[in-house]
Design a protein around this ligand. Structure first.
Ligand SMILES: N[C@@H](CCC(=O)N[C@@H](CS)C(=O)NCC(=O)O)C(=O)O
Length: 207
């Protein structure tokens, strides 16, 4: 049995953040498929057993069950000694970017992609609103990456692995990200060049 189990599904960029960290850190891990599109995360029994918040990813390590990708990344950085902060200032800086990611960078993009690229639902006006929110949030990250190769401290950290959750998916969103955010694309290529990198659909089973 693998040391780490990640409850996840391929379409989930939030799960990919943890899957990528496990992979790049050389952990012995295995995915446990969550049938999200069949209501897996809404099943009361699943919620009672794995995550009362009703979300993937969930990381199992021994007796521990961890949820929230940011918490999982922080935990894995601690136990593997990889991609973590070098000091307290970096720890806060990494936390700052992970919070920004969860609130804006990932959340607006993931919602837009879910509606436009995966489920083909929602109102055009809502899609336009979400595109505006994505562009505003991604422009801030793009500007930050204009002057440095990675988000914090000049080297890849869990902050990068958090924000990288959705940048490799190619489903339609109506945004030309390559044109709009050249520094994000260049940064995503730097992460892709890290030894052992694999894409979300290579690491996790999908529907
Ligand atoms: N902030 C959470 C977000 C997790 C999340 O939204 N997961 C999605 C899949 S990508 C989910 O399971 N959603 C279930 C639902 O909203 O019903 C994290 O970073 O782990």
């Amino acid at each position: 049995m693998a040391e780490f189990k990640l409850h996840c599904f391929g379409e989930s960029g939030n799960s990919y953040k943890a899957a990528l960290m496990l992979t790049l850190s050389g952990c012995d891990w295995e995915p446990v498929f969550v049938p999200y599109f069949k209501g897996g995360t809404r099943d009361p029994a699943w919620r009672a057993s794995f995550n009362e918040m009703g979300e993937a990813p969930v990381l199992e390590h021994g007796e521990k069950r961890l949820t929230q990708s940011g918490v999982i990344l922080d935990y894995l950085a601690e136990v593997t000694g990889k991609f973590g902060p070098r000091n307290a200032d970096e720890r806060r800086e990494i936390l700052r970017w992970i919070l920004y990611d969860n609130h804006k960078f990932t959340s607006f993009y993931a919602t837009l992609r879910f509606q436009v690229g995966l489920t083909h639902q929602g109102e055009p006006a809502v899609h336009e609103f979400l595109r505006g929110r994505v562009v505003a949030a991604w422009k801030i990250v793009d500007a930050h990456l204009a002057g440095q190769p990675f988000l914090v401290g000049g080297r890849p950290t869990i902050a990068d692995l958090s924000l990288a959750g959705y940048v490799y998916y190619t489903e339609e969103t109506g945004l030309d990200t390559a044109k709009l955010f050249p520094n994000i694309i260049a940064w995503s290529e730097r992460i892709k060049a890290l030894p052992g990198w694999q894409g979300p659909y290579d690491l996790m089973p999908r529907q």
